[in-house]
Design a protein around this ligand. Sequence first.
Ligand code: HEM
Length: 277
Amino acid sequence: MTAAVSTNELTRKSVADAALDAAAQLWFVVAVLGQWTFVYYIASVYVVPTVMGYSGRWRSNDSLIKGYIVGDHVGNLYFTAHVFIAALITTSGALQLVPQIRARAISFHRWNGRVYISAAFLMALGGLWLVWVRGTILTAYGAASSTFLAILIMVCATMTVRQALARRIDLHHRWALRTFMVVNGVWFQRIGYMFWTILNRGPAGMGKHMDGPFDIFWGFGCYLLPLAVLEIYLRTRDRADSRGKSVMATALFAVTVAMGIGIFGAYMFMWRPFIKF
Ligand code: HEM
């Protein structure tokens, strides 16, 4: 009888573990597909036209606050560097988290990791320059949220490297996941806007200058919420019983569906109109 009960418990546990693993993997696959769609947009709007010498095309991106400004050579250079590195970091981040690559190509993982962490610092510091020196500011909330994001990116990236150097692989992995979340904060911001717009059948709570209640909430929420979900996931994976893991797996699945809707919206309404290869 006792043996039967404990076998049942073990089965429940392994089913819950497997469900949580599957939900996390599905989340990752959908996220990577969405991020590479973003890379496709960045490449087709900024990278390819600039490299091919017909950079005028991205000047027409009038959804930008500043973007390209005639005569502002330094500002345009920083902005161009920012979007080029955005394509690089978004591509390299996903590769860094694939376990098969870590297991079979450790030297690629190390080199890609160095590129990723350097790019994270360049994005954070370059972004701060765009906000505070170039003055790409719409509201004080927007400036505060992007400044806090830049600080979090640098803190998480530093911790990832420190734990790797100290060979604390479990902590290194946790900090790498946190870095991944904050580096993708701007991507979450875009898909979050689209999810919310589709859900409300229109731009609810958004102001003309990104100063509506939703703009302010999501300015910070776009990276704090993914970070919070990650922390809950890690704690559940490590400490929860089978019921907790099943609930987390279901919640993660719901988050993935919401993310998929946001990615679809971002592709259809934000990125696809600019993709003109
Ligand atoms: C590390 C991840 C980041 C990525 C992948 C990223 C990506 C991008 C992209 C693709 C654009 C062009 C806008 C578009 O076409 O949608 C952009 C613009 C910009 N980013 Fe970032 N960014 C990141 C981090 C940051 C940070 C941390 C800051 C601020 C501290 C920042 C500040 C800006 C500013 C001010 C603009 C110009 C916006 C405009 O003129 O409208 N970025 N970024």
